[in-house]
Design a protein around this ligand. Sequence first.
Ligand SMILES: C[S@@+](CC[C@H](N)C(=O)[O-])C[C@H]1O[C@@H](n2cnc3c(N)ncnc32)[C@H](O)[C@@H]1O
Length: 284
Amino acid sequence: MSNEREQDFVFTDTDFRRVVSIIYARAGIRLNESKQPMVYSRLARRLRALNLAKFSDYLNFLEADPKHEEWQQFTNSLTTNLTFFFREKHHFEMLSDQLHKLHGPVRIWCSASSTGEEPYSLAMTAVEVYGRFNSDVQIIASDLDTQVLAKAQNGIYSMDKLDKVSPEKCKIFFLKGVGKNAGQAKVRKELRAMIEFKQINLLANSWPLTPYFDTIFCRNVMIYFDQATQKVMLEKMGRLLKPNGFLYVGHSENLHHMSEWFYSCGKTVYRLTDKAIHEWGLSK
Ligand SMILES: C[S@@+](CC[C@H](N)C(=O)[O-])C[C@H]1O[C@@H](n2cnc3c(N)ncnc32)[C@H](O)[C@@H]1O
């Protein structure tokens, strides 16, 4: 890489391998060789901000203090946050069916919520099912990346991000910006109030969550993890589900390697097997 083109910062193959092993250990994210240019361009901004000339200096600086606040910037720089409203529409149709059958308080965990389009889509679906901004629906939206969490919490999107949201929904759930805010839309506070935002690393040994959830969305994040990491995480998630709960994963993800604990009940939607319910003490 260092010979390919002129670069502002010294970035060797050894530096790249160090970044790969650090982000794997901290976030479970696997980066292959093809990501070398991406790593350069994303972390170069950090070197510039800190006035450093070499990647090795940056990595030494980080490793000298495991608790330094720069660690969060490092992690934020290396996550991939692509998301959009009502992504994989069929999941929201299935969720709507599920919610119609549920009585009493409903708990949903959106476990890789990125900039918020996914948890707001969940909340809009719940409001449409129950016909009101229902305080009995609690949605927890979490992500590792603090920058995307802040954007999600803000709930302000450029109008072009709303292209998958029907005009009726836009009217009910968003306020259109005027004057200097023209071209932007803000989520209504009643919708935002249904969601609690938290930073959670899916790789952490324990998660600050109380059981149990009717639904967990864990979409388009497992693809960055290897199978061993996925297995540990999925078993922990399964143990947080109600016996009749649902786990939604991304379009290119599956739980074939977890068939002891989960079975497929729709396109990339899973439920707990009887064995999981029994062995994990989740009574029917
Ligand atoms: C591609 S986005 C998917 C967003 C959304 N779930 C969707 O499907 O549209 C992946 C998200 O996973 C988050 N992520 C990556 N590693 C994580 C980890 N170890 N713990 C929690 N979130 C993580 C990233 O910050 C990013 O926002």
